[in-house]
Design a protein around this ligand. Sequence first.
Ligand code: SF4
Length: 252
Amino acid sequence: MARRSLPIVGNVNPRSVWESSTKVLTRDLRRPVPRARASEAAADAAAWFDELTSAVAESVPPERPIACKPGCAHCCSLKVVVAAPEAIRLADWLRATLDDGALADLRARVEATDDRTRGMTVAQRMQARVPCPLLAKDRCIAHEARPLSCRGANSYDAEACRQSLEHPERRSEFRCYGPQVAIGDALRAGVSTAAAANQLDGTMLELISALRTLLSRPPAANEWGAGRRDALTVARDKEFAELVKAGKGSPR
Ligand code: SF4
């Protein structure tokens, strides 16, 4: 489906991306927000990500080729933090794509993973090395609908990723194409800020806990869109909230 471009005034940088996405999505996320409209907002943000990262890579190319490729999933054991519409879109996409048996299996994997990882910090998740339940044979089954944080994650060196996953205590040097991460973070912040501007819960959520709620209780999506603060409370990421309060960036 053809989507709108994001109108950016001046240069494409994290601030202009955040401001512009906040402005557009604040109009789109007027309450009440039915589930489908929340999904659309997240799908727009994902499309903007693809468009903007391509444009930025033309003007400021990566210093070397990005190493990420299908079947490389070292970063898929890290904590992923999302704005609510991203989780709503992902749950919708999974329900629309998987058959009943596959969806039941996935729900069981999501619950088991959430039981193991609920409340963990970024550092604890690295130590625990629990793979995302959306991984199958080291590929994301929801690649098309993956969150902005996953879209932004990248690396110049897959071996460095493997080392940091297998030996997090060594704190290996890790280099990536920064603009890709920054655009993903800026768009995710835009989705969240636009939600908050409409008195919706804009708190960042931990992906697995949010998916568990939305897959086991689909009405939670419309409750969130109606402005209920308790709809996705269990998935709120406390570490992210603390980092934001301290003026620090994304934990991913
Ligand atoms: S949603 Fe997909 S890309 Fe993101 S961590 Fe999970 S498997 Fe990896």
